[in-house]
Design a binder for this molecule. Sequence first.
Ligand SMILES: Nc1ncnc2c1ncn2[C@@H]1O[C@H](COP(=O)(O)OP(=O)(O)O)[C@@H](O)[C@H]1O
Ligand SMILES: [Mg+2]
Length: 253
Amino acid sequence: MTRVITVASGKGGVGKTTLVANLAAALALYGKSVVALDANLTTSNLGLHLGIHLYPKTLHDVLEGRAAIREATYQHKTGFRVIPADISLRKIRNVKSNDFVDVFYKLMEGTDFLLIDSAAGLGREARASIEAADEMITITNPELPAVTDAMKLGLLAEKFETHNLGVVVNRIKKESHEVPIEHIEEMLGVPVIGRIPEDREVRKSIALKEPVVYHNPKSFAAQHMRSVAATLIGEEYAPRKPMSLRLFGWLVR
Ligand SMILES: Nc1ncnc2c1ncn2[C@@H]1O[C@H](COP(=O)(O)OP(=O)(O)O)[C@@H](O)[C@H]1O
Ligand SMILES: [Mg+2]
């Protein structure tokens, strides 16, 4: 069975594409067969993060009979596959009789995870991704407006009977104005399953068009991304504490 998981956010620019690319790479490192689907139609950039931004063929070409799904599926060097999409997922879901659906499900055979990089917000694209998925991960920054916007996603997940797995808090800087983790859990009504620090290694890796778990697996962001992947498959993975805490942690205990 393929687990279809959408990564959703209330606000744009909080790290959806970064998380999808890194979860895909990390799950592949765990030996899982993974497909990452770009369902963010208006600002699709998964390919950009992975160095394959000039897609000669997309899912759209497949649906219009101009290409086979194989041709719209790109193998990434870290071991997962990427499918760029430029058409509504709802359409894909509903056209059950379409040959494409058979082809799509065939592609999913033996695939452990289909990760969907969704559009931000509550618009048509985002709703379609949540409806198409079985499970949802919400990603937010620890800023009040981002968390507030993410609150509405839970209602959508409920409506579409999509299991709300939890929330990943990205770009934590430990600044005093940040919304505390416990408050985020309270506001969204789901557990925090990832706490990813602000880390320049993420920006560096994006510039190099590589997931940070591949580019610099020892960086803190990479370790925390990997930890989210581990949680998904019930593996234990504890990110190392920063050096200062390892040396002097006993002082604050
Ligand atoms: N943990 C992080 N540390 C530092 N920068 C980050 C981190 N996560 C994301 N970013 C930055 O935020 C930008 C937006 O992330 P992206 O994944 O494209 O967001 P979204 O897909 O939600 O619009 C990235 O290009 C990167 O520069
Ligand atoms: Mg994105």
